[in-house]
Design a protein around this ligand. Sequence first.
Ligand SMILES: [Fe+2]
Length: 427
Amino acid sequence: MMQADHQLQSKVLFLALLLLLMSFTCFLLFPDNYFRLQKQRLPHNAYVPQQVHISLGRDVSEMIVMWVTQHKTDTVVQYGKVSGELSLSVEGHDPVFYTFDPYVSGVIHTAVITGLQPSTTYYYKCGGLSGWSEEFSFTTAPKVGTFEVVIGTVGDMGTHSSSRRLAEVIKLHPELQMFWHVGDLSYADGKQPIWDVFGNMMQSVIASLPYMPLAGNHENANIERSFSPFALRYNMPLLTSYTGGDPERYYYSFDFGSVHFVNLDSEHDYAVGSAQYRWLETNLKAVDRKLTPWLVVGWHRPWYNSNWVHQGEAEKMRVALEELLYAHKVDLCVTGHVHAYERSHPVYKQEITPDGPVHITIGTGGTPEGLVNSWMRRPNWSVVRDASDWGFGRLQTFNATHAQWDFFHNDETIADSFMLVRQRPAH
Ligand SMILES: [Fe+2]
């Protein structure tokens, strides 16, 4: 009997040691992932909204509100112009969830507030009788045509300490009216709980600042679900019916004050004559430069990159689309993907061209893959390149011809700054 007890004790001890060793090995190999996965569980109260964020709707009178709950519950947004007096309410669409074996997502809610006035601050909370979020506020987009707007942008964030710091730095800029993410949001790469971590990390920024993301390569889950977790969680205006499912496309455009933004998709077909190409051609032709004199285009993989990393990767896309952007007098192109900052002169077909667009690569959102500082010999079109810190960009338009661009480091200093002057009449 004593011997059997002793054997049992030894087995338990052995198993405990094995578990301890496995945990320690996980920690050594993947320290950030290890702690992240420990924290991934949704909050204890399964009915309280989390991962709250807003996006611009089809025009300035709409705001899309999205959030996640662990269990199915109501989809309601209460809102109003006075804090604590949320007398208006809107019911959302049927919530959705997805499975990504063995992961089962939380319940993803979407509600669209309509009838909003431009440049107006509203307070809101979301959820329902089973549990409400805290109260947030947002300011609606300015009326289309308003000259002065200020927006923030970055690519390649992830959920590491550097991206958390960046989120804090962005909050130091209350002047921002919108946050434009040029791809590679969470770095989930198919590890679905990372989307939840990212959503909660970003809530304090994008529950108040309209969030306009586009697809990067890390939105691709690499198996059959592909980009749909991204699309389900970040319901880009006009791309889905707000009821979940794969959108037919990942490129879209929106007006914000004096700027017409075009979000392209470098991850799917963009060849001359493709659906994306034809859409882009039609979209650019339709821009009213009297109303939105600024034409700003974003996608993920840079055409103008003098870093050895990802060198030449987007050359096919440049060859396919550059003439179109030049012909339509695009002012500024913003991309990510390369984890560094680079700004070009106005450029077209690799040559400095005064009436060409300025290209900026800003893959400095804090990605877990680290900054890359392996520059080639500097091409003549490259003005500034910097891989010394993470940071985000701020674009501020003043009138129809002058706009200011600033690149803020995570240490809050301005690392690059220039005045973008439109070389040509608006129309
Ligand atoms: Fe990327």
